[in-house]
Design a protein around this ligand. Sequence first.
Ligand code: DTR
Ligand code: ZN
Ligand code: ZN
Length: 519
Amino acid sequence: MVALQGAPLAALIVSLILQGGSTLSVQLPLFDQSPLSDSKSQPHSSSSDKPLVDSESFQATISGDKLLERAQTLFKIAERSHHEYNRPTRVIGSQGHLGTLEYVLESIKKLGSYYNIVQQPFPAYSGSVFESRLVLGDEVAHSASAMSLTPPTKNKEPVHGELVLVSNNGCSADDYPANVEGNIAFIRRGTCAFGDKSALAGRAGAVAAVIYNSETGTLHGTMGTPLADHVATFGLDLVEAKPVLEKLEKGKAVDAIAYIDGIVQTISTSNIVIQTAGGDPENCVMLGAHSDSVAEGPGINDDGSGTLSLIEVATQLTKFRVNNCVRFAWWSAEEEGLLGSDFYASTLPAAENPKIRLFMDYDMLASPNFAYQVYNATNTDNPLGSEELKNLYIDWYEAHDLNYTLIPFDGRSDYDGFIRAGIPAGGIATGAEGIKTPEEAEQFGGKAGDWYDPCYHQLCDHLGNVNATAWELNTKLVAHSVATYAVSFKGFPEREPATVQGLSQYAQSVKYRGDFLFW
Ligand code: DTR
Ligand code: ZN
Ligand code: ZN
């Protein structure tokens, strides 16, 4: 699970959770940057001296002030990126993100032997598009958007060619006519991923690809994992595509110029996963938040809030004993397309997968114009148990006389890889770029017509961008979710083997990879 490579400046003895749940201490390289600070592990009294965790006492340990104090530390960490990015950020590869990982590790190491810690490295990709333009005939295509993780055009210069209409949805090599070679493929959205279409176009010799939308709206897509065959690829709005399409269908020629200047970098980053030394290792409740932000800002709400809630919950849990094991994860590269959680879930050994009874996602818990949102996971469309988890959140909000709304469970955060791996999942959030309705303003307060998080993916996602009430309250709910399953899975369905039909149904209904469409 952990690749031990490189010549680390800082090597630490970290307990490794082995596949079977046993533990081993190894020299685990951590960062090539500065050695971690010198905190001494606090020896903890044996777990058997402690009271069994109960939800009420555990929730009582959660304090909003402590969360806000941690947020100040996190913002200072984000500021370490200043010299490279001219702004605070915790994007993968930045000092701000490395500092975040260091902060998570340091905070957990202080808790002594209560947890075993694993750092799971994986290759992530980060793309930047500096400039792009698409000209169709004589017109600049204003809706054209270079896909995330697209390669640039050849030599980062404009390429010229005829637009060549690809048959069907361009998901098979046969759909690409011979004259795609040296020209620009014009492909309809649908059936397969944008990255697959781009690779097929590349293999057919296209110099660029344009994928036009099959429904209304702009097409901001991602290529997914970069492949050698990918060519520079744009998404295009249907309204702008239609006149071009009509000409091509009538056999008329349409010239195009495509230009993308950008880079795709491979960055080695890592997930951090910790597990209680106590509790039944065959039955784990797992929860996660993402440690990275977008490049545009420090990500204090997204997902500093979830990251810090998990640190605080993990810290307070050490006052108690657990019956079932509790596993926390801080995912990396969520913002690049859920890469860390996807890597973890898709590489779980077959014997390990069933030990995770459920996964709970905590991404954006403190939006300033918040709504209490619960992912609308069901047992019909998702692995059995997802609905019981949804009901746990609903019951808690109802018991506290609070309103909540159900939001689509559509692959926009780190639960996605778990559902694909057949593991029940769900979670709560407080809203991103969506607009608060007048009804929601009545239910939750705040401002109708504004985004739930007006600073979503922006520089202003800083210390002023959290609602302390929502954050503390939701962190208590995180504690409740942990306490409930750490005590017992009574009434919670046994894990079922994932059905191929169920998984393909989910895969077909989910079009997002994090913040981007991917098919
Ligand atoms: N992927 C998250 C934001 C996010 C999670 N779920 C939703 C639902 C609707 C909009 C946004 C989100 C991020 O890290 O940006
Ligand atoms: Zn985000
Ligand atoms: Zn997020």
